[in-house]
Design a protein around this ligand. Structure first.
Ligand SMILES: C[S@@+](CC[C@H](N)C(=O)[O-])C[C@H]1O[C@@H](n2cnc3c(N)ncnc32)[C@H](O)[C@@H]1O
Length: 221
């Protein structure tokens, strides 16, 4: 089955997310700004980066390498157009994060907002965990369930309705448990209230540093 994300025009997605009744672009961009300020990662990967919302907060004085990953090449083309002259060392990867060969050189932070809802969580998380350097931080945004509103808010941008059949909300506790199995320890959690009773869960996880040095080298120290 073709990924429905490939059928959603960038302009529909951006307009939908920015509508006052959705207002998720603003919330996610603000979160990215605060996370980058708090951790000043030397390298960053944004998974499900779409057209680069939040990339304006990347300060290349601190973050020397920025990676954007998305399955939709048209989104990445918009991102490139907007940011390639502002962010040196921008790497854009068109890939399915659940593919068996998915990987990129490890980074010190991965930011993944509203993407685990559309994939096999265990497979994607395992792949992403391999792309985190020891001690690196994973920041994840998950959409929380609400009785007041459908997971995809109905707006005039009808193409977004293609997502309903593949959208599965992810339980934060189940996600944290899976993180543990991939050597990612929860540092803290937060929540962001939104319009129409919606809210985001934000989880921060640190990759174990143990075994980052091979055991034989540890013995000789
Ligand atoms: C809800 S959007 C993410 C929101 C975005 N982070 C923002 O700040 O607006 C989900 C993104 O994940 C991408 N995506 C969905 N499934 C994917 C997959 N299997 N591999 C890579 N990217 C995927 C979509 O193309 C889309 O750009």
């Amino acid at each position: 089955m073709k990924n429905p994300w490939l059928q959603i025009p960038a302009c529909d997605y951006e307009a939908h997310m920015a509508l006052p009744e959705v207002a998720q672009t603003q919330a996610l961009s603000k979160l990215m700004a605060s996370v980058l300020k708090e951790y000043t990662p030397a390298s960053l990967a944004v998974i499900g980066c779409t057209t680069g919302s939040g990339f304006e907060h990347i300060d290349h004085a601190h973050t020397h390498r920025a990676v954007g990953v998305d399955v939709n090449a048209a989104y990445l083309a918009v991102l490139k157009e907007r940011f390639s002259d502002k962010i040196p060392h921008l790497e854009l990867i068109e890939a399915d994060i659940t593919a068996p060969d998915f990987e990129f050189n490890p980074v010190s932070m991965v930011f993944a907002a509203l993407v685990f809802e559309y994939v096999n969580v265990e497979v994607a998380l395992g792949n992403i965990a391999r792309c985190l350097a020891p001690g690196a931080v994973l920041v994840v945004v998950l959409q929380l369930p609400t009785p007041e509103s459908a997971p995809v808010t109905a707006t005039r941008y009808k193409s977004l309705e293609l997502l309903a059949p593949i959208l599965n909300l992810v339980s934060p506790s189940e996600f944290s448990r899976m993180c543990n199995t991939f050597g990612l320890q929860q540092i803290k959690t937060d929540s962001i209230p939104l319009k129409k009773g919606k809210a985001f869960f934000v989880g921060f996880y640190r990759k174990n540093t143990e075994l980052s040095v091979p055991p034989d080298r540890l013995r000789s120290r």
